[in-house]
Design a protein around this ligand. Structure first.
Ligand SMILES: [Zn+2]
Ligand SMILES: [Zn+2]
Length: 241
């Protein structure tokens, strides 16, 4: 009887949530252990080409650093993102954030962990980019926190929520980097300094755009932390804003 009930529950849950053996991007079946189907692996939304060594922005030409990083100092040590904010990857971000399809987070975190492990960096603690109280009330969950929790399970690194957003800020949508930075100035604070003191921190977000948010978070964390690396699911091209 127990077995039957569990089978019914699994079948029912598969009706509402695609199984673990479905592609993150298109929900089609994939082989065990795979996250993306062969067709979607060809999708343009992977951040695979030549990228800026500081912010993971796709670049062309001879240099290793993008124009933006040359002209704007970054408080973090390095940012990484396995996908571009485009096509199927963009759709996944929107599904998680606005449709609360939380079952996507473990697979998104798998892709993020793979990208992070390519760099051979060592981190002591994971910190999600926090939402303000107003945004939390509106959305009821923080997508970055979900991703951080899943990453913690994969990387076996603890999560701390000691970074908080203490200032309500207006929407960043129509602002350029300088104005985004001004808008966020002093918006974050660290509640438990010990949790990040002298440590290498992995700051986790769903999307990085101009890096204004991750930069302000890193600036705040770096008052205590040794290094701050940023890991997001998708990298948005700031030139396409
Ligand atoms: Zn697919
Ligand atoms: Zn850059």
């Amino acid at each position: 009887m127990k077995k039957f009930v569990s089978k019914v529950l699994t079948t029912l849950s598969n009706l509402f949530f695609p199984s673990n053996f479905s592609c993150l991007f298109c929900d089609n079946d994939v082989e065990k252990g795979k996250i993306i189907c062969n067709e979607c692996l060809q999708d343009a939304s992977f951040n695979k080409g030549k990228r800026c060594i500081l912010c993971d922005m796709p670049i062309c030409g001879d240099g290793d650093v993008c124009d933006f990083c040359i002209s704007h100092h970054k408080a973090f040590d390095k940012a990484m993102a396995p996908c571009l904010y485009a096509d199927k990857a963009k759709n996944v971000v929107i599904r998680l954030k606005t449709k609360s399809e939380k079952y996507l987070a473990p697979k998104m975190a798998q892709l993020m962990a793979t990208r992070f492990l390519e760099e051979n960096l060592s981190v002591d603690v994971i910190v999600p980019v926090p939402l303000s109280n107003r945004s939390m009330e509106k959305r009821h969950f923080n997508q970055s926190q979900l991703l951080a929790t899943e990453l913690s399970k994969i990387l076996k690194v603890p999560v701390t929520n000691s970074l908080t957003k203490t200032k309500e800020t207006s929407s960043q949508k129509d602002l350029n980097f300088v104005n985004r930075q001004k808008n966020l100035n002093g918006a974050f604070s660290v509640t438990d300094k010990k949790s990040v003191f002298g440590k290498n921190v992995l700051l986790v977000d769903d999307v990085i755009t101009t890096c204004a948010t991750s930069n302000e978070c890193a600036k705040t964390l770096k008052k205590y932390a040794k290094r701050v690396y940023v890991l997001a699911f998708a990298r948005r091209d700031y030139k396409n804003l």
